[in-house]
Design a protein around this ligand. Structure first.
Ligand code: NI
Length: 404
């Protein structure tokens, strides 16, 4: 257990930054402690213990076990006012860490390779600061520590468990450390920000047989090959060319011997798009195409389609607030990056469908320190200087949104 004794300071503009910068060593230490004990989706029990212990130590009321391992902390300001939620995801990935740092993962095959350890540390730093400066905001701040962002998704079950109620949340913000942007920058964009993420698995069922006697069979490989080609037309011919979408086949499996016609072929893929108007469209189009191709060849199929996460869509007004806070935090207009959409997905989208809000990127790469590997890489790491910038972003958003 780490003793946490922090200095406090006057909440003036420069004082806010000074106080938060003084938290940097502690926030870095928490990040490293969490990094050493990564946990997979809905198994974040040690991480939840760690968070709960800190919140209790600071006298912050919180509810545990929200969607298994999630935590909702509540920090009231000095008088009634709006309710702003801050969301941090907690889970790690099934990746074996290859970094040689002294805080490397202690769990073989599990690693915080996306920066969620940093998200938890930033949220804790924010919670600590706000608990010490309740006079600097009105209303209530809810801090939502969410499990399982990497899938199957913890946001939806947390909402179903009442995370946005009692008190009802008026708006929500969240951030993702982002190695596609250099440290010291913030990526903010109104409207569609991250893509809808959908997955599918398809089994094409033919009739197997001897490789030399094809007329007695229905060759599932031939059918699958035509399906692979035909579904390329969904984006090329069916999606409005002014919209963006991706259909990627990541897996294709069939056959077991050179002289055997395969009975079945299995293919799996992912679909991404920004415009919520396309919800349901890709599943329907895949069914039409696959059934047509199968019918032409006397095959059948099963399609298992999972519309995992909707697109992340930022509210214009809250995004405007985040952007103006980003300008004051990074102190240079060039440091606030407007063109930062990604086809990556995020279940922050469920929170943003429920209440208005803004999800933004916190630049975390540093080429000169060798901290620029992409997210989900076994050598992923980020510049920890971003941690206090993240805390400052959240604190300034709180003080702006809850300023009455
Ligand atoms: Ni992530």
């Amino acid at each position: 257990m780490i003793s946490t004794v922090f200095p406090t300071s006057t909440p003036t503009l420069s004082g806010v930054r000074l106080s938060i910068r003084q938290l940097q060593p502690q926030v870095t230490l928490w990040r490293r402690q969490i990094h050493q004990r990564p946990e997979l989706a809905f198994n974040e029990t040690q991480t939840a213990d760690f968070i709960s212990q800190k919140l209790s130590e600071w006298g912050i009321e919180h509810r545990r076990g929200v969607a298994k391992t999630g935590i909702v902390a509540v920090i009231p300001g000095h008088r009634p006012g709006p309710v702003l939620a801050i969301r941090a995801d907690m889970d790690a990935l099934p990746i074996h860490e290859l970094n040689e740092v002294d805080y490397r993962s202690q769990e073989a095959g599990v690693m915080h390779a996306c920066g969620h350890d940093g998200h938890v540390a930033i949220a804790l730093g924010t919670a600590y600061y706000l608990a010490q400066h309740r006079d600097s905001f009105s209303g209530t701040i809810k801090i939502i520590f969410q499990p399982a962002e990497e899938g199957p998704g913890g946001a939806k079950p947390m909402i179903e468990a009442g995370a946005l109620e009692k008190p009802n949340v008026d708006a929500i913000i969240g951030l993702h450390l982002w190695n596609n942007l250099p440290v010291g920058t913030v990526g903010v964009k109104s409207g569609p920000f991250m893509a809808a993420t959908e997955f599918f698995h398809c089994t094409i069922k033919g009739r197997g047989g001897h490789g030399a006697i094809p007329h007695q069979t229905v060759d599932s490989i031939v059918v699958a090959a035509q399906v692979v080609n035909a579904i390329q037309t969904i984006v090329a011919r069916n999606v409005d060319p002014l919209k963006s979408a991706v259909v990627t086949l990541g897996e294709l499996h069939a056959g077991s011997a050179v002289n055997v016609i395969a009975d079945q072929a299995r293919l799996s893929g992912t679909v991404r798009y920004f415009d919520a108007a396309y919800e349901g469209f890709f599943e329907a189009r895949l069914n039409q195409i696959i059934s047509g191709v199968c019918q032409a060849h006397g095959a059948t199929y099963e399609l298992d389609y999972n519309p995992l996460y909707p697109p992340v869509v930022n509210d214009a007004e809250i995004t405007g607030l985040v952007r103006s806070m980003a300008l004051s935090v990074v102190e240079t207009p060039a440091g606030v990056v407007p063109d930062c959409q990604t086809m990556g997905g995020e279940d922050m989208s469920f929170f943003l469908k429920a209440v208005p809000g803004c999800y933004f990127f916190l630049g975390s790469a540093n080429q000169t320190k060798g901290l620029a590997y992409p997210h989900h890489h076994p050598r992923f790491d980020f510049d920890e200087a971003a941690l206090s910038t993240g805390v400052e972003m959240f604190v300034r958003c709180v003080e702006s949104f809850c300023h009455q």
